[in-house]
Design a protein around this ligand. Structure first.
Ligand SMILES: Nc1ncnc2c1ncn2[C@@H]1O[C@H](COP(=O)(O)OP(=O)(O)O)[C@@H](O)[C@H]1O
Ligand SMILES: [Mg+2]
Length: 139
């Protein structure tokens, strides 16, 4: 959660964060930190949108980043089995919005079309230890 809060400070509108890592590696926990860091929701109010697939957390604190009104969406693709199932989710619309979109199981999203993509890979090292690798993906 602490790392998520740090990461939040580096995010801008039209940024897609792709989270990768096995079940229990801490993806949802990291999202709690990011969303709280953005000031959109409290950590305890962020939970995995496993059944709804998309949570809309509204605007960041103060409503905008760098003068751009910015919303925060949390997507969980755990239940998606085939690429064609992505079509009905309206992810393009979320990304076209001036939003920050955080995606669990982001490896299922091959091409987002978003200019700013950040890939975060989590690895469970046992106990409370996690390795977190963050990469900026080239457009
Ligand atoms: N670094 C950690 N140390 C201990 N428990 C953790 C850690 N990260 C996450 N957890 C716990 O592991 C469980 C699964 O975490 P979660 O964030 O839901 O993983 P994921 O979304 O990757 O499946 C939760 O109960 C969470 O509180
Ligand atoms: Mg999760």
């Amino acid at each position: 959660m602490r790392f998520g809060r740090e990461l939040a400070g580096a995010l801008e509108p039209r940024c897609v964060v792709l989270l990768e890592g096995e079940l229990g590696s801490g993806k949802t926990t990291l999202v709690k930190g990011v969303v709280a860091g953005l000031g959109a929701r409290r950590e305890e109010d962020v939970n995995s949108p496993t059944f709804t697939l998309v949570h809309d957390y509204g605007h960041v604190s103060n409503g905008s980043i760098k003068g751009l009104p910015t919303r925060v969406y949390h997507v969980d693709l755990y239940r998606i089995e085939e690429p064609r199932e992505l079509a009905g989710l309206g992810l393009e619309d979320l990304m076209a919005d001036r939003a920050i979109v955080i995606v669990e199981w982001g490896d299922k999203l091959r091409d987002t079309g978003a200019a700013r993509r950040v890939r975060v890979r989590l690895e469970n090292l046992g106990g409370e230890d996690r390795r977190i690798v963050v990469e900026r993906l080239e457009a």
